[in-house]
Write a protein that binds this ligand. Structure first.
Ligand code: 5GP
Length: 188
């Protein structure tokens, strides 16, 4: 059993106040239900999971280990579209796709889908390289902020409105990704 002895209920960082929103036990439930659905859908396939760094590394590690009887490959790409608390609108491939995706059933693992720009562009990238199917598993989804219809995730751990969140892989200017809970920013 995982035991986090020092989970903070609130965090103050660079003038912003964050409050704990999803505790590790809730996150574990969310991950388990996503893993169950993916396991059922991909039992007879050999999917390639594309983990979007940096933010998705924590979710991916939990999700991939929770899959049941799915023979799969895992690869990583690193993109950047976000600085501070707002998106720049431009996707930059910092670590490009290194795996051949031609004729593969691809599942993108993402930390959070916000406007959907990242997923929209990634899907186009994977389609252009011949992926036969592309689905998206996102730990978090902000449906109210979605601007690209094809970016709606197929598997979602938890939905939220439009708040900025940190923890469980999600950063604030590069920091706080290692927090085991997810925290929401609160207006002060
Ligand atoms: P999108 O392209 O969907 O607008 O944004 C996706 C990326 O923006 C995510 O992979 C994540 O890196 C970042 N992002 C979006 N919303 C949040 C948020 O609430 N908190 C953090 N830390 N990053 C976010």
């Amino acid at each position: 059993m995982t035991f986090y002895s020092s989970i903070m209920k609130t965090i103050d960082e660079q003038g912003y106040h964050f409050e704990e929103w999803l505790q590790p036990a809730q996150i574990a439930k969310d991950v388990a239900q996503v893993a169950e659905r993916i396991s059922a859908d991909y039992a007879d396939k050999e999917p390639l999971f594309v983990v979007v760094l940096n933010g998705a590394f924590v979710f991916a590690a939990d999700l991939l280990r929770a899959l049941k009887d799915v023979r799969c490959e895992v690869t990583f790409i690193r993109v950047s579209s976000y600085w501070g608390m707002s998106t720049t609108g431009q996707l930059e491939f910092i670590v490009p796709l290194q795996q051949v995706v031609d004729n593969r059933d691809v599942v993108i693992i993402e930390d959070i889908v916000d406007t959907g720009l990242t997923i929209h562009q990634l899907k186009a990238h994977l389609r252009a390289r011949g992926a036969s199917t592309i689905r998206v598993a996102a730990m978090l989804f902000k449906p109210g902020k979605l601007e690209y219809n094809d970016a709606k995730p197929d598997y979602v751990g938890h939905e939220l409105t439009d708040e900025f969140v940190i923890g469980y892989g999600l950063d604030f200017d590069g920091f706080l990704r290692n927090l085991p809970s997810v925290y929401k920013v609160k207006e002060s």
